[in-house]
Structure formats: structure tokens, C-alpha cells
Design a binder for this molecule. Structure first.
Ligand code: PMP
Length: 377
């Protein structure tokens, strides 16, 4: 199939999409961006040396933390806002309301600042102080609510929905509910940008992709795009303890066991973003393998990466990297595997680099953190 055919990329050619502004000019190809919008996406792929050597595969991490808001959620955030504006639901000065573990909120707040909208974020109070501080710095109005299950009407997702309806009713400039879990603009953003970038950056030589699920936008969007380019590319889910997808993928029932300190991932239901695209192949989706990953086995990869490779990554990246090791073992040596480096470890400093917290959770403590004072690195 020649260059220019739908969905086919050639070396040196950037993916195109309707909502995303990819760099057509020479200057932009050199990394010059004109705006926040242009700075979202086109993130580097970084070879993870330790886990590549461990498995005999080439394991790449897609450095989503290099997005302007510092996470993989800038892409869907920007797309959700632009989609709502394009459909006439948001007028200048209108409100974007969302329930989020934090990263989507940061992306929405920054997109709102860049495009002229206000942001109201509903966040479970258990999320890290660093993300809450960042949201406030970005100018978002923050509503902290108790962390209660999805079936409770006061869960942050339902709460944010009601708040959006109320603001839309009382403010002529309008308000939208981002609805990242069930608004499929989320997975489309990854289908149209993250997936093509990975295929392009590996020159099509990618054998597997693996990631954890929060909304499912990344897994479903990237998975579907890669499968369409080459049905032999294996797609895998890495599920943290306490999430219910592993058992759903394995046995068809949503059951969860255990717990995890990870934030932004760990889903207990089949979101609209997962439905179809992000389910196992036997259920009509694109997922070939699924792994359960505990914090205990995942976190050491994170500390080793920081110490030996200079990458300071957040908790969901640990689950993803451990998932990549498991996928490498399923496929065998010699394969190329891509996963997502979702955000930076500094976003979870009070947990990830806090010996007291780690000890309380019975999690492995890196030797360099286990100082006599117990509270300093
Ligand atoms: N990692 C982090 C740190 C996140 O904030 C999120 C999103 N909540 C994810 C991973 C999961 O991404 P997705 O919503 O696309 O499943």
C-alpha cells in the first residue's frame, strides 16, 4: 500500500487528523510549536535499557509526561474541550466541569486557559496533594469529595455530572461535563494521535503494546489503531490490584481483590471508552493478553529506572513497565514492545518517595531511601 492511503504512514510522514494540528512546516518539524495546542502530543519514545536487557526485547516507553500538563491526559482533555466547542456547547468564558483523579483536570484547566474557558474539577480527597496543588495553580476551581464507589451517587463522577448540569442551567456562557470515562472523544484522541505516533516512531516495527486502564481511552484508542495497521501486533492490559478488569477479561465477571497505591488507573466497570475497542478479542475488542500487576512487583522497576536510567516516573508507569516485562515474557526475546510513561514521580512525591508511607503499606523500600532518620532520602 502506498503513502497517503488511509491509516498508512511512511517514514518521515506525520499522522494527520481532523482536530489535531500536526507540524506541516519545516520549523515545526524542528520542534518549534506555536501554542499549547501544538505542544500536546508528538512525545518521544525512550528505550528502557534495564527491562530491555532483562527480557531480550526492546521495550520503549512513550514519554507522555512531556506533554505541557505533564501527563497522558492532555490529549483527551484538549480533544474533549475542542469537540465541545466545535459542537457549539461551549461559549467563550464557559465552564468545563470534570470528575478526575487529577491529570485530566490539569489538562482541562490548561486547555481551558489556552482556549478561554473556566474549569471546575471534582476530585476524590484521597488523590495526591501534589496534583491538587497543581490544579489550583492552573486556576481550576477544586471540589474535593470523599472517595466512595461508583455506585454511590456522591461518587466524584456523578457529582461532577450534577455540577455541570447546574452550571449549564445558571450560566448563559454554558458548561459542559467532560465525562472522560464514557465520552469516546477520549479514545478517539489516542486513536488519531498516540497510536499513529507509536506506529510512525517504530517505523511499523512494533510487536506489542501494553498499558493500564483508567478510562480505557489509551488502551482502546492505541490498541485499535495498531491492530488496524497490523492485526499481528499484540495488545495487552496491565491491571493493578484492586481493579476488576483482569477478572472480567479472564472470566467475564467484574471482581476485584487487593489494593494499590497507584492513582489514575484501576477500573471497576466497562466504560464506554473500553466497550468494543478495549475489550478482549473474544468480546469483539482488540486485547490479546491481560496481566494482573501488584504494586509490590511493579514499584522496584520505578526506583531502578530512577537510579540507573535517570527517569523519575509516576505509579501508573510502574504498572505499565511491569506489564511490558510480562508481555515480553509472553512473546519471547527479540520483540519490540511499547508502553506508556504516563506522568512523573514528582506528582506522587509524598507517597512514592516517603519511606513512612511505603513502610505502612508494606511496599518495598529502595535501599537508598531507607536511611536511619526514616523520613529522608
Ligand atoms: N496513568 C495516569 C497517571 C492517569 O492519570 C491515567 C488517567 N486517569 C491513566 C494512567 C490511564 O489512562 P486512561 O484514562 O487513558 O485509561
Amino acid at each position: 500500500v502506498g503513502c497517503g492511503a488511509k491509516g498508512v504512514l511512511c517514514r518521515g510522514e506525520a499522522p494527520s487528523s481532523s482536530l489535531c494540528t500536526y507540524a506541516p512546516s519545516g520549523l515545526r518539524d524542528m520542534g518549534v510549536k506555536n501554542s499549547f495546542e501544538e505542544a500536546v502530543g508528538n512525545t518521544p519514545l525512550i528505550r528502557l535499557k534495564g527491562v530491555s536487557e532483562l527480557t531480550g526485547c526492546t521495550i520503549y516507553g512513550k514519554a507522555e509526561y512531556t506533554n505541557p500538563g505533564g501527563s497522558v491526559k492532555d490529549r483527551p482533555a484538549l480533544w474533549i474541550v475542542k469537540d465541545a466547542a466545535a459542537r457549539g456547547l461551549l461559549k467563550p468564558g464557559g465552564y468545563v466541569v470534570e470528575g478526575t483523579a487529577g491529570n485530566t483536570g490539569i489538562g482541562l484547566a490548561l486547555a481551558g486557559n489556552a482556549l478561554g474557558y473556566k474549569t471546575v474539577i471534582v476530585i476524590p480527597e484521597t488523590q495526591s496533594q501534589e496534583k491538587k496543588d497543581m490544579l489550583r495553580i492552573c486556576g481550576a476551581q477544586l471540589v474535593e469529595v470523599p472517595a466512595v464507589p461508583y455506585k454511590n451517587r456522591n461518587n466524584y463522577v456523578h457529582y461532577s455530572n450534577r455540577l455541570a448540569l447546574e452550571l449549564a442551567r445558571t450560566h448563559p456562557e454554558g458548561a459542559i461535563w467532560g465525562n472522560q470515562f464514557d465520552n469516546v472523544v477520549n479514545r478517539v484522541s489516542h486513536y488519531e494521535t498516540t497510536g499513529p505516533e507509536i506506529f510512525h516512531q517504530t517505523e511499523g516495527q512494533v510487536d506489542g503494546f501494553v498499558c493500564a486502564v483508567g478510562t480505557g481511552g489509551t488502551l482502546a484508542g492505541v490498541g485499535k489503531y495498531l491492530k488496524e495497521q497490523n492485526p499481528d501486533i499484540k495488545i495487552a492490559l496491565a491491571d493493578p490490584d484492586g481493579a476488576a478488569l483482569f477478572s472480567y477479561f479472564d472470566k467475564g465477571v467484574l471482581e476485584s481483590q487487593g489494593d494499590s497505591i497507584t492513582e489514575g488507573i484501576g477500573q471497576g466497570r466497562i466504560t464506554e471508552n473500553l466497550r468494543g475497542w478495549g475489550t478482549p478479542k473474544r468480546l469483539g475488542g482488540c486485547v490479546d493478553f491481560w496481566y494482573q500487576v501488584s504494586d509490590f512487583e511493579a514499584l522496584p522497576f520505578l526506583y531502578k529506572l530512577l537510579q540507573e536510567e535517570g527517569l523519575c516516573l509516576g505509579t501508573s508507569s510502574a504498572i505499565n513497565i511491569c506489564g511490558a516485562v510480562k508481555l515480553a515474557r509472553s512473546l519471547g526475546p527479540g520483540h519490540t514492545i511499547v508502553t506508556i510513561l504516563c506522568d512523573l514521580g514528582t506528582r506522587y512525591q509524598s507517597k512514592l518517595f516517603n519511606p513512612k508511607f511505603l513502610k505502612e503499606k508494606n511496599l518495598p523500600l529502595p535501599s537508598w531511601m531507607d536511611t536511619p532518620s526514616g523520613d529522608r532520602i
